[in-house]
Design a protein around this ligand. Structure first.
Ligand code: BES
Ligand code: MN
Ligand code: ZN
Length: 487
């Protein structure tokens, strides 16, 4: 889908008008009957109204007032997605979107929802469904929109699309090596660097957690290091994003049952894909921050030599772990990446992982479980960004008492707690491998959807990309020297 910008208002083709107050309806190309009809309808139930003029479409869109600002923005995104559905059904190819009296914020949000909702993973259909992306030309008409706004929107859509594609790709065509290759391609396109550590280097670095999970795999593990370090960077020590890259999680010898459990586990690299998507966005939009992403990747499978319940392993930082459940593999590979992150003396480390069913049980697909040691201000900023982009974060506690639950009889720590507080004991496990301000985001619930939720399609959602990019943009604004600000 091509999104473009126009600053004048020639009335042609299919048009969408976004309305804040019904008074704005008078400016629209409607006759008296239509005006009365639209006015009555929108007053009764604000939403998306369709007028079909023999093949030429006019849509008039309003939202419920009286909600919080971030919820109103979200309603515009959802209305945009409704248009995507109609466009698909009616085979509409091109459309012009006008902000009648709403300003550019709602227009950009509407376009974002439209483009995000227009996503489909079609590469494996052999009957040409891939070509059924009808809406191919979207023109935004508003004098206040700058070309940079459009570039930003396009980059966000492209990033979320790339991430969704990776999450939806099955392991047969996306193993750890292929995942690393995709990061390399993204880097070449956007301008960040990717270094991939291979099996022998991972062995030399004694990444015992990643190697243990990889023991049951016939494919080698990878450890990808993505870097975006512009000359304009406002920070001298990096912000590091760490993403879980389990390309398929069978559970290993602690095998998962298939229905509603193992069957979606191609998505267990969603955190790794998301952090790559954030670096991609930062590079494409030249965000003035020094950023890195670390993605340890492997599949988790049972095999003759697979890691076995009861095994004790030694991690990258020397900690010993009693592995009592091979299905708690994410924390093992992340722990090595978190220890490794220390080499870069980071300002802040945020890990993103489909880590526990427990987080999904607590929040379903609507929320991300956040926890960490970075302090209240960082958590508040993440939650603020989450509210803005509607990838909401709720804080879970990392109280000392939970450490008791992961004490091992024979090693420094064990890799499972009990059923209770499973998302938290996973976080407590990770915390032992951090020595800097750190936040853990468990995206197990929202990363892969069993059915579409507005502009988030069934399957890979791209969760984490918009959240973290907004967080970083807001961070830039907060530290940018005041003189630089153009107000
Ligand atoms: N990848 C899963 C977590 C998961 C569950 C992600 C559902 C997405 C949807 C993770 O590796 C896992 O298996 N966690 C176990 C941990 C347990 C054995 C301590 C879980 O949550 O059941
Ligand atoms: Mn698992
Ligand atoms: Zn997993």
């Amino acid at each position: 889908m091509e999104i473009q910008l126009k600053n004048d208002k020639p009335a042609v083709g299919n048009q969408v008008f976004l309305i804040a107050a019904t008074a704005a309806l008078r400016q629209l190309p409607l006759n008296e009957n239509e005006l009365a009809y639209v006015q009555a309808k929108l007053t009764d139930a604000p939403g998306l109204l369709t007028l079909n003029r023999l093949g030429r479409w006019i849509f008039i869109v309003a939202i419920d007032g009286g909600k919080a600002q971030n919820q109103q923005v979200e309603l515009w995104r959802r209305r945009g997605n409704e248009l995507a559905a109609i466009a698909k059904k009616e085979k509409i190819r091109a459309i012009e979107i006008h902000a009648a009296d709403t300003g550019k914020g709602p227009l950009l949000a509407f376009a974002e929802g439209l483009a995000l909702g227009n996503y489909a993973f079609t590469k494996y259909f052999t009957d040409g469904q891939a070509k059924q992306q009808y809406l191919s030309e979207v023109t935004l008409v508003h004098g206040d929109i700058a070309p940079a706004d459009i570039e930003r929107l396009k980059a966000i859509i492209d990033s979320v699309t790339l991430v969704r594609d990776m999450v939806n790709e099955p392991v047969v065509s996306l193993n750890a090596l292929k995942l690393a290759e995709r990061f390399g391609e993204m880097g070449r396109e956007a301008g960040f660097t990717t270094e991939v550590l291979h099996q022998n280097q991972i062995e030399s670095l004694r990444m015992g957690g990643l190697l243990a999970v990889n023991k049951g795999s016939i494919d080698p593990a990878t450890f990808s290091i993505l870097e975006w370090k512009p000359e304009t960077a406002l920070n001298s020590r990096p912000i590091i994003l760490v993403g879980k890259g389990v390309v398929f999680d069978t559970g290993g010898l602690s095998l998962k049952p298939t229905p509603q459990s193992m069957d979606y586990m191609k998505s267990d690299m969603a955190g790794g894909a998301a952090v790559a998507g954030v670096i991609y966005l930062a590079a494409r939009l030249k965000l003035p921050l020094y950023l890195m992403a670390l993605v340890p990747a492997t599949d988790n499978r049972p095999d003759g030599n697979a890691i076995t319940p009861g095994d004790v392993i030694t991690m990258h930082n020397g900690t010993t772990v009693e592995v009592l459940n091979t299905d708690a593999e994410g924390r093992l590979i992340l722990a090595d990446a978190l220890s490794f992150a220390r080499n870069y003396h980071p300002d802040l480390v945020i890990d993103v992982a489909t880590l526990t069913g427990s987080a999904a049980m607590a929040l379903s697909t609507q929320g991300i479980a956040g926890m960490g040691s970075a302090g209240a201000e960082t958590m508040a900023r993440l939650q603020q960004a989450g509210d803005e982009v509607y990838e909401r974060v709720v804080e879970f506690p990392l109280w000392d008492e939970y450490d008791e639950m992961i004490k091992s009889d024979i090693a420094d720590v064990k890799n499972i707690g009990s059923r209770e507080a499973g998302a938290i004991t996973a976080g407590k496990f990770l915390q032992r491998f951090t020595a800097y301000p750190w936040v853990h985001l468990d995206i197990a619930g929202p990363s892969f959807l069993p059915s579409a939720d507005h502009y988030r399609p069934k399957g890979g959602s791209g969760t984490g990309v918009r959240l973290l990019f907004r967080f970083l943009e807001n961070y830039v604004e907060s530290i940018r020297p005041k003189a630089d600000k153009l107000e």
